[in-house]
Design a protein around this ligand. Structure first.
Ligand code: AP5
Length: 212
């Protein structure tokens, strides 16, 4: 499996990637998770990325392209699920070059479609495990014990960019800078649109059906 999970902030990319990884044994590559790890470790990349991420802006292309290439090179023969990358046409073109070098062309771009009102509801109620990165939601996907990850027992966090101002800006940035990437993949004939409303398992079944 060699796919991109595409969609606006809060569409469920991380949630579906976690399920797909279990079923298909592919590597989950999330540029958002990689950047948050760099911020937590106060690396040079992390220090540069933090101010962009807190405001909901995109981190500069050269930084995320380098991260994605590194991660792709490290998966070896395994398949991959890209989550949150690419987000600009420049990133999409750089990905094509990197995958051609690895002789691993993309098979599909799965676009999770959700309206803005539902995205705001999902992001405002999200809690995330900083350990294993599993996403939860206070209403639609609560943990068994309050505030603690079901998988690894780490205390959950509320992301800084899941505050109202940052959420609004992330949606604006998505519409202006990221949604044009859909046309790029549509013209290549590998774009698959999925109405990502309803239960998490129902959406997973739709994605699995499209992937065959
Ligand atoms: P990133 O971490 O990639 O954030 P994002 O794209 O905004 O996506 P999210 O993680 O917010 O949402 P998601 O679609 O994964 O949804 P989730 O499954 O968690 O990036 C963060 C920042 O890093 C960016 O703003 C940018 O600054 C930077 N960055 C990252 N990549 C970059 C790049 N390529 N270029 C430049 N900058 C980059 O679900 C959301 C919530 O909804 C959860 O609570 C979940 O439990 C719940 N939920 C999921 N599915 C359902 C459902 N069906 N019904 C009800 N609730 C649901």
């Amino acid at each position: 499996m060699r796919i991109v999970l595409f969609g606006p902030p809060g569409a469920g990319k991380g949630t579906q990637a976690s399920l797909l990884t279990q079923k298909y044994k592919a590597a989950h590559i999330s540029t958002g998770d990689a950047l948050r790890e760099a911020v937590a470790n106060k690396t040079e990349v992390g220090l540069k990325a933090k101010s962009y991420m807190d405001k909901g802006e995109l981190v500069p292309d050269e930084v995320v392209i380098a991260i994605a290439k590194d991660k792709l090179a490290s998966v070896g023969d395994a398949g991959f699920i890209l989550d949150g990358f690419p987000r600009t046409i420049a990133q999409a073109k750089a990905l094509d070059v990197a995958l051609a070098d690895l002789n691993k062309p993309l098979e599909a771009v799965i676009n999770l479609q959700v309206d803005d009102e539902e995205l705001v509801r999902r992001l405002s109620g999200r809690r995330v495990c900083p350990g294993c990165k599993e996403p939860y939601h206070v209403e639609s996907k609560p943990t068994q014990a309050e505030g603690v990850c079901d998988k690894c027992s780490t205390a959950l966090i509320h992301r800084d960019d899941d505050q109202p101002d940052a959420i609004r800006n992330r949606l604006k940035v998505y519409n202006e800078q990221t949604s044009p990437v859909l046309g790029y993949y549509e013209s290549k004939g590998i774009l698959k649109n999925i109405a990502a409303v309803g239960g998490i398992d129902d959406i997973f079944n739709k994605v699995a059906e499209v992937l065959g």
